[in-house]
Design a binder for this molecule. Structure first.
Ligand SMILES: *[C@@H]1O[C@H](CO)[C@@H](O)[C@H](O)[C@H]1NC(C)=O
Ligand SMILES: *[C@@H]1O[C@H](CO)[C@@H](O)[C@H](O)[C@H]1NC(C)=O
Ligand SMILES: *[C@@H]1O[C@H](CO)[C@@H](O)[C@H](O)[C@H]1NC(C)=O
Ligand SMILES: *[C@@H]1O[C@H](CO)[C@@H](O)[C@H](O)[C@H]1NC(C)=O
Ligand SMILES: *[C@@H]1O[C@H](CO)[C@@H](O)[C@H](O)[C@H]1NC(C)=O
Ligand SMILES: *[C@@H]1O[C@H](CO)[C@@H](O)[C@H](O)[C@H]1NC(C)=O
Length: 372
């Protein structure tokens, strides 16, 4: 028996295990989008809302004229029109990154989240084949979302074309699983697999977030393939962010950030569900989600109906605005957690002209079935 050789093998195994445990995905910054860069780096979507909301999405020039999107101080603002009566759909905006991205880390610095009854805002990434009618092929990742502020905390959600599922309890996240099936549509309609990020005392939604006025960072890591940790979302209030997320940092390593609010550990089994994505920021009103959950959210105690509020109560939308000071994307690096299917940055050919060809029947993002 060769004790030396087996001891050596044991040491080697231990060394490899150690390497496995300490290896984290290090990502390098590729894009830094400051307040006024949104006007160059994003397209203003002008088609009819695919989610059947009572909004008229404005072109960039109309949104500027109507004070829907603008830069003030160090912030980019996106709001809905607060003119009291707007019966033909309230003016709003939905902007889509011109570039598409895959694995990497996406960091939004947010000071104000749109809140209120009828309001359905989202910061999300979605297949860059969306305008070609391919959704859910290529997938969708909702980083920040809620409707009528029904949930006290932020919701993180995935939508997939195949039967991708998450466990009903996840020890590697602080949040709570609300729905386990990412398949869209699936047994939960278009709810997708969903975590409410309510596991910490840091408010990450609603007036308790907005009243602080200091905001914070929402960071999403997408690291697919056999070595990736899946799709995770963290929220860090201003001043409590990890040092590698401080302004000016050129690279990040999320494995040092502690437990995520949401961790969808589906890196390997759902790998092929996620293609290149565009980044989207929008504010919808009513529509497939907020209209159908209006009553259960308690909004019918304030207004007769979602459509009535949108049509007649413009001043009720004074808190329906995004205030963001920037978006950073760390899309290269990642080592083995950067899946070969995820080449980093590519440029899409999507235009607002293409967007007009969207079929409205296919892109209902959230079901009425689950939320009624
Ligand atoms: C746009 O609206 C904001 C918030 O109400 C206001 O501070 C700003 O002055 C407005 N800008 C224009 C050009 O009307
Ligand atoms: C999806 O997978 C889950 C878990 O494996 C299974 O229970 C369910 O029946 C599948 N659903 C469909 C529509 O294939
Ligand atoms: C989070 O939300 C879930 C579902 O509503 C609830 O069961 C749980 O108690 C909440 N956790 C905390 C820490 O608030
Ligand atoms: C986020 O934006 C706020 C408000 O502009 C700013 O004070 C803060 O330094 C920013 N944080 C980072 C990490 O850039
Ligand atoms: C919602 O509430 C309103 C007013 O209370 C009521 O008229 C309406 O029927 C309710 N809608 C649903 C779908 O329950
Ligand atoms: C909504 O608008 C209607 C019509 O102007 C008005 O009667 C009602 O008081 C408004 N409701 C709220 C809560 O502001």
């Amino acid at each position: 028996m060769d004790g030396g050789a087996s001891a050596f093998k044991a040491m080697l195994a231990l060394a490899m295990l150690t390497v496995t445990l300490v290896r984290g995905a290090q990502w390098t910054m590729t894009d830094e989008i400051g307040p006024s860069d949104f006007f160059n780096d994003f397209d203003w979507y002008t088609a009819t809302d695919p989610s059947n909301g009572l909004v008229t999405y404005q072109s960039q020039s109309d949104a500027k004229t109507n004070n829907i999107t603008y830069v003030e101080g160090d912030s980019f603002f996106m709001r809905v029109d607060t003119t009291e009566v707007q019966l033909a759909g309230r003016k709003s905006a939905r902007i889509t990154s011109k570039n598409s991205y895959s694995d990497g880390v996406y960091v939004l610095n947010v000071t104000h989240i749109p809140t209120g009854c009828a309001v359905w805002p989202a910061f999300w990434t979605v297949t860059d084949q969306y305008n070609a009618g391919k959704w859910p092929a290529g997938g969708e990742i909702d980083i920040m979302e809620n409707a009528n502020d029904q949930y006290p905390s932020n919701l993180a959600t995935l939508h997939t074309e195949s039967n991708c599922t998450i466990p009903s309890t996840i020890s590697t996240q602080t949040g709570t699983v609300l729905s386990t099936s990412c398949l869209s549509p699936g047994s939960n309609g278009n709810q997708g697999c969903q975590t409410e990020m309510n596991g910490t005392s840091n408010a990450n939604w609603g007036s308790s977030f907005n009243q602080k006025k200091t905001g914070g960072l929402f960071a999403m890591e997408r690291a697919m393939g056999s070595e990736g940790s899946g799709i995770s979302v963290w929220y860090f209030p201003k001043g409590s962010e990890p040092s590698d997320l401080a302004a000016g940092s050129q690279s990040v390593n999320p494995s040092n950030w502690g437990k995520a609010g949401a961790n969808f550990n589906i890196a390997n089994e759902c790998n092929s569900d996620f293609g290149p994505h565009n980044i989207v920021l929008n504010i919808d009103l009513c529509g497939d989600w907020a209209a159908n959950t209006y009553n259960v959210s308690g909004c019918n105690a304030k207004y007769p109906a979602c459509s009535y509020q949108v049509g007649y109560n413009g001043s009720s939308f004074s808190e329906a605005y995004w205030q963001v000071s920037g978006l950073r994307i760390f899309a290269t690096g990642g080592g083995n957690a950067n899946n070969a299917n995820s080449p980093g940055k590519t440029t899409t050919t999507a235009t607002s002209g293409v967007a007009r060809t969207v079929s409205h029947s296919k892109h209902h993002r959230t079901s009425t079935a689950k939320h009624n």
